[in-house]
Design a protein around this ligand. Structure first.
Ligand SMILES: [Fe+2]
Ligand SMILES: [Fe+2]
Length: 357
C-alpha cells in the first residue's frame, strides 16, 4: 500500500512504490500476447536479455538479468586479475551506471519453459532471476548454459538436476523450440576469472566452450541467433553457412578508449552479412552509462552501404521493453512504443469550445 502522508513515507516505501519502474506491465503484455500461427514474438528485457515466444506459446528467456551497475564512488580499485585491469592496464573502477529502467519483474514470471544463459558475466547471469524462477514458475523448467554458467547456478543453490550443461554442437529441445548451441566469440570472457573455477596459468588460453556459447533458437516460424557478448568474428560466416538464421541479436555498444568489448556499427553490419540473417538487432547499447550507443548509427551506415554491398538484411533499432513479431516486423527498421489514445473521440470531448486546441 502506498503512503498517504509524509509521516508514512520511508526509503523502503519509496522503493516499493517506484521499483521496478515498469511494475508488471511487460509481464502482463508477454503473458497476454497470443502468438499467431506462423510467427514468433520477442521482447527486449534490456541488455542482452530477450524473451522468445513461439506460436505454440512456448516461452524461453535468454540472458535475463535484472541487476544494477555501479551505485557508489566508494568502491575499491580493481584487482590485477580483473578483466578490465588485464585488458587496459588500469585499476580505476569503470563508471558503468545502469542507464535503463527495470522493464520486467522476474518474480512475476509464472509462465516460462526454459532459462538460457550464454556466459557467466554478471550482466547475463543473475542470482535474483534464478531465485525468482525457482520460486515463481510452476513447472520445474530447465536452466541451460555452458559449464561455468551451470557451475555458478549450482553454487547459488539451483538444483543440479534442473541444470543442463551445453557446449557447441549440442541441440536441446524445449517443446516445439529446438536450440542449436554454437561457438561464442566473446574474447573478454577468456580473460575473466570466475570464483570457484580454475585460474589459467601464465599465458594459457582457456577453453571458450566451457565459458560461453551462442544459441540458435529455431521455432516453426523462423530462427533467432543470440550472440551473447560475442565480438565480431570471421567464423560468423561459417555459422551463416551452418545455420538458417532469420533474426540475429548481437552485442553493440561504444567502446571506451583502450577497451574492445562490444561490436561497433560497422561490426554489426559485418556480423549480419556473415550470418546471412534477414534482420539484425543490435542490443546491449542501452544499459551502461559509459558505453551508450545509438542504433540509428547502424541504420545510417546500412543505408549508406546497402546498395554498394548488396545487403539483403534489414537492421532493427529496438527499445528496451519493446516487442518484435517475426516475420511481420522484418522490414520495420525502427521500434517505437505504443503511443496510446487509440480510443480517441469514442466519447464526447469536454473542452471550453470545439476548436479549443
Ligand atoms: Fe554483457
Ligand atoms: Fe560478457
Amino acid at each position: 500500500m502506498s503512503a498517504k502522508c509524509v509521516q508514512e513515507v520511508t526509503q523502503q516505501s519509496w522503493i516499493n512504490e517506484v521499483f521496478p519502474e515498469w511494475g508488471t506491465w511487460l509481464n502482463e503484455e508477454i503473458d497476454r500476447t497470443e502468438i499467431e500461427h506462423g510467427t514468433f514474438g520477442m521482447w527486449w528485457l534490456t541488455n542482452m536479455g530477450v524473451m522468445i515466444k513461439s506460436d505454440k506459446q512456448t516461452q524461453i528467456a535468454i540472458d535475463l538479468w535484472c541487476g544494477p551497475g555501479k551505485r557508489t564512488h566508494d568502491a575499491p580499485d580493481m584487482g590485477p586479475r580483473h578483466q578490465w585491469s588485464r585488458l587496459t592496464g588500469g585499476r580505476k573502477i569503470q563508471p558503468n551506471l545502469r542507464a535503463v529502467p527495470m522493464v520486467i519483474n522476474p518474480f512475476a514470471i509464472h509462465r516460462l519453459d526454459a532459462l538460457l544463459c550464454t556466459h557467466f558475466h554478471h550482466d547475463h547471469i543473475d542470482l535474483n532471476v534464478a531465485a525468482a524462477i525457482l520460486q515463481g514458475v510452476e513447472q520445474d523448467i530447465p536452466f541451460i548454459g555452458p559449464k561455468f554458467v551451470v557451475d555458478q547456478w549450482i553454487a547459488w543453490g539451483v538444483p543440479a538436476e534442473r541444470c543442463v550443461t551445453v557446449r557447441p554442437g549440442d541441440t536441446v529441445k524445449v517443446h516445439d523450440i529446438e536450440i542449436d548451441v554454437c561457438e561464442s566469440f566473446d574474447r573478454t570472457v577468456l580473460i575473466t576469472d570466475q570464483k570457484g573455477e580454475p585460474v589459467p596459468e601464465g599465458k594459457e588460453i582457456p577453453d571458450m566452450d566451457e565459458r560461453a556459447v551462442n544459441f540458435v533458437v529455431k521455432t516453426d516460424a523462423g530462427s533467432v541467433y543470440h550472440g551473447g557478448d560475442s565480438h565480431f568474428a570471421t567464423m560468423m560466416a561459417e555459422h551463416g553457412k551452418r545455420f538458417d538464421i532469420d533474426v540475429a541479436i548481437v552485442a553493440y555498444a561504444e567502446n571506451p578508449i583502450a577497451v574492445t568489448d562490444k561490436m561497433t556499427s560497422s561490426d554489426v553490419l559485418r556480423a549480419a552479412e556473415s550470418l546471412g540473417c534477414r534482420v539484425v538487432v543490435p542490443v546491449h547499447w542501452d544499459v551502461w552509462s559509459n558505453m551508450l550507443a545509438d542504433p540509428q548509427e547502424v541504420i545510417d551506415l546500412w543505408r549508406m552501404r546497402r546498395d554498394r554491398m548488396g545487403y539483403t538484411f534489414y537492421p532493427f533499432a529496438w527499445l528496451p521493453g519493446g516487442s518484435f513479431i517475426y516475420p511481420r516486423d522484418a522490414e520495420k527498421i525502427a521500434y517505437f512504443h505504443d503511443r496510446g489514445f487509440s480510443d480517441h473521440h469514442m466519447h464526447p470531448t469536454d473542452v471550453p469550445y470545439p476548436s479549443f486546441l
